[in-house]
Design a protein around this ligand. Sequence first.
Ligand code: NAD
Length: 341
Amino acid sequence: MLKVGINGYGTIGRRVAHAVLKQDDMKLVGVAKTKPDFKAFDAVNKGIPIYCSVPGNEKLFKEVGMELAGSLDDLLSEIDLVVDGAPSKMGVENKALYEKYGLKMIFQGGEKASTADVSFNAQANYEDAIGKNSVRVVSCNTTGLARTISTIRELSDTGKIRVVLVRRAADPAQSGKGPINAIKPTPEMPSHHGPDLKTVIPSIDIMSIAFVVPTTLMHSHAIMVELKNKLDREQVIDAFRANPRVRVLRVKDGFKTTAEIMEYAKDLGRDMGDLYEIAVWDECLNTSDDGKELYYMQAVHQESDVVPENIDCIRALGGIETDKKKSMEKTNKALNIGVGR
Ligand code: NAD
């Protein structure tokens, strides 16, 4: 069984760790933590071995009576594949250490594309990860765009795609980030999000601009797509409904904002109240009268949409499964994705 270790047990790292525990074809050997904070308590409660990633910090764990399984080097020497969950731009600094142990490596979307051999989204380019040494799972926003735009491109080739992103200011546990009472334009044209999609769908013509707004509850995207073939609204809605990793929700059922969507996610009973699927508002999707343009709005649970992608990436990169459909179905089943109304 493929032995997996996770370096960094923060927002993404711990969700991926919990998801690995739910798979029957990979084993979580342990997680590396910098310090014995409440997230370390969570690992202890779940029976996950903890390794100390900062030499000298072992005494901090000892002070709170937390048992360590070893150092980060110990963890890396016991595994086949490492998932880097370190903060943005720190993964690249960890790479040389992972290479020293001859590991397969997964980095997250906060790293530059050049950090890894290839960027990854399961639906868009699963096969590209097979046989590689390192992969970057694209960011939460790029994952959201990749899921729905890949689905549309299975119905019709696309021309220009234009996206306006409304980004959450912080994750719920990030008490120090903002803005808390202002709308902040992202001063880059295009914003990096759209062009980042080209790392997994190279042939796409996309441009994006972005705002940051005071919320912790999801990113939202307004997306406009030129279609090469005529499509009507129902064809697109049906295709989104048929994709387990996309969830079509109706305003008239009470999904007026991202707040109701995240409340509903809690009812689904997933790990940490997560919503792995990309939510598309039914009433906020339409085509032009000539069927050559599509407009829609979607919301992305930034903390969790990349989690199933990391699991599929482990299978592709770790040589467990070459069939994308089989991997995605297995991941969906283990994480309860696409079930429930
Ligand atoms: P985070 O700050 O929540 O967690 C990072 C963890 O790594 C913390 O526990 C921290 O203590 C630990 N750490 C610090 N320095 C480290 C080092 N040198 N080596 C290993 N671990 C270290 O960060 P996050 O939000 O989980 O982001 C991780 C990666 O995932 C980033 O690349 C980020 O861009 C990407 N990502 C984040 C989100 C999101 O919404 N939070 C979504 C998708 C992708």
